[in-house]
Design a protein around this ligand. Structure first.
Ligand SMILES: [Zn+2]
Length: 205
């Protein structure tokens, strides 16, 4: 059961146990049976009692230092009751779901492809499971690291170019293929340059 105030303009809902509920006069309480009902009515999650924030508080000290060391940013997405994770290379969402209140991870697609089954239309679910948020952040950093050394040919380009799936053999398709080829070549050159530079740097020491 979730509770919101009929009077509040902020439109935030709470769990029954939340300390904020006692501030809502009984006659002003609005009840929702499920999280989805509350979200569908346009209500957003409370930062105090949202399940994902419970995990966050439990780990907050470790999460802060890990994010600082790895250049990650965390943000509470009130609308979706999710923890958004931003890295220099990728976007992610962590949510709590299921009867056992497990954490689940979603990854922003390379292509602007809609997935009707996903709670986040432009994200797909990851099979990897961790009982902690920190476990997911470690996975995310490893994923980014892997991607940097094994780039998808169009990974670094803005999504605007990637979202088009042209018919094979068409004029646009050929143009796109040429563009990918040029990008691949440029990336290869950049990688060699970076490698040479890192070798040079380590030599100086
Ligand atoms: Zn609350």
């Amino acid at each position: 059961m979730y509770i919101a105030s009929k009077k509040s303009r902020k439109k935030i809902f709470h769990t029954e146990q939340c300390s904020h509920v006692k501030n809502i006069a009984p006659q002003n309480r609005l009840y929702f049976y499920t999280l989805q009902d509350a979200q569908a009515a346009g209500y957003r999650s409370c930062r105090t009692c949202s399940a994902v924030m419970w995990y966050y508080r439990r780990e907050s000290a470790e999460l802060l230092s890990f994010c600082f060391e790895n250049g990650l940013t965390l943000h509470f997405d009130r609308k979706k009751a999710a923890l958004s994770v931003k890295t220099p290379h990728s976007l992610w969402k962590i949510i709590v779901n299921g009867q056992e209140n497990q954490l689940f991870l979603y990854h922003r697609n390379m292509f602007d492809k809609e997935d009707p089954k996903s709670p986040f239309p432009l994200y797909h679910s990851q099979k990897f499971r961790s009982p902690t948020i920190l476990g997911y952040l470690e996975y995310i950093v490893q994923h980014d690291h892997y991607r940097q050394y094994n780039p998808l040919e169009i990974y670094h380009k803005k999504l605007r170019w990637d979202e088009h799936h042209y018919r094979k053999g068409s004029k646009h398709y050929k143009k796109q293929q040429k563009r990918f080829k040029r990008q691949k070549k440029r990336q290869a050159i950049h990688q060699v340059e970076a490698l040479l530079k890192s070798l040079g740097d380590s030599h100086k020491k």
